[in-house]
Design a protein around this ligand. Structure first.
Ligand SMILES: [Zn+2]
Length: 70
């Protein structure tokens, strides 16, 4: 899926976001307890990696950031 520009709550600006990889989705399901996490995107700004959904710029409080891969 191509990156898309959306507002990032933690950057406080419009940034490129991408959908999560399979590994990241598995991680986020465990992190949130949600069954489906397909609606979430990750901010691609350097060192941000904040998670938002397509409709909600601030779905988690405190915010959730996708960890860097090992
Ligand atoms: Zn961001």
């Amino acid at each position: 899926m191509p990156a898309r520009a959306m507002y990032c709550y933690t950057c406080d600006s419009d940034e490129q976001h991408r959908s999560l990889t399979a590994t990241e989705k598995t991680w986020l399901r465990g992190r949130t307890g949600r069954r489906s996490v397909d609606e979430f995107f990750m901010c691609e700004a350097p060192e941000c990696r904040n998670v938002r959904s397509g409709f909600n710029k601030h779905p988690f409080d405190p915010v959730i950031r996708v960890p860097l891969p090992d």
